[in-house]
Design a protein around this ligand. Sequence first.
Ligand SMILES: NC(=O)c1ccc[n+]([C@@H]2O[C@H](COP(=O)([O-])OP(=O)(O)OC[C@H]3O[C@@H](n4cnc5c(N)ncnc54)[C@H](O)[C@@H]3O)[C@@H](O)[C@H]2O)c1
Ligand SMILES: [Zn+2]
Ligand SMILES: [Zn+2]
Length: 370
Amino acid sequence: MSLQYRAAVLHEVKAPLRIETVTAAALKPTDVLVKVKAAGLCHTDLEVIEGSLRNPLPIVLGHEAAGVVEAVGPLARGVKKGDHVVLSWNPHCGHCFYCDRDLPILCETYLGEGPKARAFDGESRGSLGNGAELQQLMYLGAFGEYCIVADQQAIPVPAEMPFDRACLIGCGVMTGVGAALNLGAIAHGDTVMVIGCGAVGLAAVQGARLAGAGAILAADLNPAKLALAASMGATHTVEATKEDPVAAAKAITGNRGADVILEAAGSPAAFRLTAEAVRPGGHIIWLGKVDVQQDVAFRWGALMQEKRIRRVSYGNARPRRDFPLLARAYLDGSLKLDEMISRRIALEEINDGFAALKRGETIRSVVMFD
Ligand SMILES: NC(=O)c1ccc[n+]([C@@H]2O[C@H](COP(=O)([O-])OP(=O)(O)OC[C@H]3O[C@@H](n4cnc5c(N)ncnc54)[C@H](O)[C@@H]3O)[C@@H](O)[C@H]2O)c1
Ligand SMILES: [Zn+2]
Ligand SMILES: [Zn+2]
């Protein structure tokens, strides 16, 4: 008898997710069956629902999750039944042009197979009652009671790590903290600015603190998010509807601009701001995204003067190295995650959760499974 479980399925863009019974496929030799315990609602899932990030349908979304390993295929390595795991959305082949150049996020198989939203072998790992094969977002599809992933995507973390906080490490926290810590852009004492203080931006603020930044300016449209940023290490907050972030960055740097600026808002206005608010020779790191077909405008002069611009996915993550480190940073108190969870919700409440994210009311709603 095949395993059956409940999952939230997207059948059409801009329509609500439907809770349905999914039948799991048989495990392939290197597959891992994970009982999902907690899954965060990220802006990227919302982009698929809204249609600005195109994926084949029907699909199970959810790519920020933690759970317990229920079963492993006979050739699965690095993980065993019973392990508590955080899931990575960047499986990679390990031997292509980009993997050899230490850029697993550009892995040819990862990027080549990604748009199919299935596993690396191109096969679906779940189906609906009518036999329709399901896609799984970012090789995961974690808005269900179970998901089947490749062994390298299930990263063991200490068992004392609570699942609701552990799941955040899988996307938002890794992306923001990693961008601040893994790129070597932030020097001790630097002035760092973060634009956009959702989960990714709040993680970037914390990454800047951990990297030893001297001043950390956080900008957002929403004062509640700025209050959180201040509690996580921002030394200055800028309410972008009332105050000009560029002027704020220049005011504390002798009119130079920030040494490093991270964009985590996903808005053309914020991308444009980064170029204006960074100093000559400074680092601009873009984490947010807009529809890939959309233009973003810059003032040419703002891009000149040796500015270094980098668009970074997943914070240069090496999940097997970074996830346990981030979990330990939470457990020793240096990484704050409790405050990032705005709501704990049931799977049935997932559409309300996305509506709240769209309205900007939440940092993270986390779906809890028992
Ligand atoms: N690079 C990656 O690997 C990666 C991973 C996850 C998410 N993302 C992207 O990062 C972005 C942030 O994700 P999130 O889940 O934190 O989203 P979120 O919606 O929770 O947060 C975005 C924040 O930006 C603020 N904002 C919007 N426009 C602004 C502006 N003009 N100036 C200042 N603040 C502004 C919003 O008020 C909100 O607080 C999204 O674009 C998402 O797609 C990227
Ligand atoms: Zn995400
Ligand atoms: Zn590769």
